[in-house]
Design a protein around this ligand. Structure first.
Ligand SMILES: Cc1cc2nc3c(=O)[nH]c(=O)nc-3n(C[C@H](O)[C@H](O)[C@H](O)COP(=O)(O)OP(=O)(O)OC[C@H]3O[C@@H](n4cnc5c(N)ncnc54)[C@H](O)[C@@H]3O)c2cc1C
Length: 451
């Protein structure tokens, strides 16, 4: 069987590429060994956000009196929350499948192995292709902490499927995934401790906003241990003990469960990648050009496999760029305006540069900072909640970065991303008409304030 495009991996990168190539009239085969939709749909973006939404509804119900609404004592059913999450995932996975078949994509279930750049084997079958897209994604990194092999630790998969609520949970890693689970379990009443090796949670996000979010969750009962290293683990199904070390000396934390969430790493082994002899960076990442093409012509790599950003929307855009190159449509990948969002409650989102990243690059900038209360809609919908919006301006007041702490940061950050992509100045952005009242108007206010 011969195809113009063969794609290994059916996550956001793979299914986007397959759909785009199918729509472009190319013959496409897509290999997926686990579940169509990849990590994002089955065990990442969508399931976490579904659980977090239930937690948010519960939080809102508990605090309904702030909005002059009386409710009986709210409660939740964790098994039903998990069941709803499965239903949402099933629905979306079916949607992807029907879109792909609608575009004529041949979906092959099974583990694909690369023989050479024009041949992929899956089971007994060998598939010939003109172009090969590698979209194998990433996997959880389990740190080699002494004792880890004998402790029944949780990864995100276990945390997503546990139908019983742990009384206490230690989360090792205060990054995005760790903080989203911290938020979920804290809302439902678990005693959560977050252990982070760096001196602040959410590395890569705006440092000041991350600290504000941390302080907010600390008030709600989460214990944070930053600049703290986990040195060993021990325990069983009843309790785990996590030995840590920080400037205060050694200590042992105990909880019912421990969730390891220290990062993810690209899947580069077990599918014959070595048969392609692709060029790698010093850090071992695959080298790709601005069309997502590797050092071998006709072989592309997209999504978490490249190790650039480990975000689904980056994977989607990279896949579009790769397929455009194959189809002869002018396009190039840019990482200048990739939004990052943490779906805690409140959410935190940022796009472009932070003050810290510019400082590292030695680029001068000006920061405009406003309380979210400058947006009437935010005040109407966030009783007793503070938030912050920050714009980072470069030379001639060009927008270089935007950062928001407050709901719905995830929705409004796209406005800033578009502005950064287009290279607009604060003055140009301020001339856009924003619907009133919306939380997004905060950006117009910030631009006005910058004058
Ligand atoms: C808990 C969690 C929450 C997350 N939340 C968000 C979020 O809110 N927003 C966001 O942008 N990102 C989020 N992410 C990250 C997001 O899931 C990934 O960035 C995204 O899934 C990457 O897409 P991908 O297509 O590169 O890889 P993946 O989604 O990992 O898909 C790769 C696919 O390739 C398949 N595969 C691998 N090797 C083979 C082979 N040899 N043969 C056949 N198939 C193969 C795998 O089975 C897998 O299905 C989250 C991740 C986690 C773990």
């Amino acid at each position: 069987m011969k195809y113009q495009v063969a794609i290994i991996g059916g996550g956001p990168a793979g299914y986007t590429a397959a759909e785009a190539a199918g729509r472009a009239g190319l013959s496409v085969v897509l290999f997926e060994k686990r579940a169509l939709g990849g990590v994002c749909l089955n065990e990442g973006c969508i399931p976490t956000k579904t659980l977090l939404y239930s937690a948010k509804v519960f939080d809102t119900a508990r605090h309904a009196q702030k909005y002059a609404v009386a409710t009986a004592e709210p409660s939740f059913d964790l098994a039903k929350i998990i069941a709803r999450k499965q239903k949402v995932v099933r629905k979306l996975v079916l949607g992807i499948k029907s879109k792909l078949t609608g575009c004529g994509v041949h979906i092959v279930t099974g583990e694909a192995v690369i023989a050479d750049k024009n041949h992929v084997q899956c089971g007994e079958e060998v598939y010939e292709c003109d172009n090969l897209l590698l979209c194998t994604g990433s996997e959880t990194f389990i740190p080699p902490i002494p004792g880890v092999e004998s402790v029944p630790y949780w990864t995100h998969r276990d945390a997503l499927d546990s139908k019983t609520l742990p009384q206490s949970l230690i989360i090792v890693g205060g990054g995005v995934i760790g903080m989203e689970f911290a938020s979920f379990f804290n809302s439902l009443g678990t005693q959560v401790t977050v252990v982070e090796m760096m001196d602040e949670i959410l590395g890569g996000m705006d440092r000041e906003l991350s600290a504000l979010l941390r302080a907010d969750y600390a008030k709600r009962g989460i214990t944070f241990l930053t600049s703290t290293k986990v040195v060993s683990l021990e325990g069983d199904e009843q309790a785990v003990r996590v030995a840590v070390e920080n400037a205060g000396g050694p200590a042992v934390l105990e909880a019912e469960k421990v969730l390891l969430s220290v990062g993810r790493r690209p899947v580069t082994k077990g599918f014959g990648l070595e048969n392609l002899d692709l060029q790698k960076t010093e850090r071992g990442q695959l080298c790709v050009d601005s069309h997502m093409q590797t050092s071998v012509s006709g072989v592309y790599a997209c999504g978490d496999l490249t190790g650039f950003s480990l975000l689904a929307h980056t994977a989607v855009r990279e896949a579009e760029v790769a397929v455009h190159h194959i189809a002869g449509v002018a396009d190039e990948m840019s990482y200048r305006a990739i939004p990052g969002v943490v779906y805690t409650n409140p959410e935190i989102a940022g796009v472009g540069e932070t003050e810290e990243s510019l400082q590292r690059k030695g680029i001068a900038c000006r920061t405009v900072k406003l309380p979210m209360a400058y947006s009437g809609r935010f005040v109407a919908e966030n009783e007793g909640v503070n938030g912050v919006c920050k714009l980072i301006l470069g030379e001639n007041d060009v927008i270089l970065g935007a950062h928001v702490l407050g709901n719905p940061a995830s929705e409004i950050i796209t406005l800033a991303g578009m502005t950064i992509s287009l290279g607009l100045t604060a003055g140009q952005w301020a001339r856009m008409v924003f619907p009133h009242p919306t939380v997004g108007e905060i950006f117009k206010e910030a631009c006005a304030e910058s004058r």
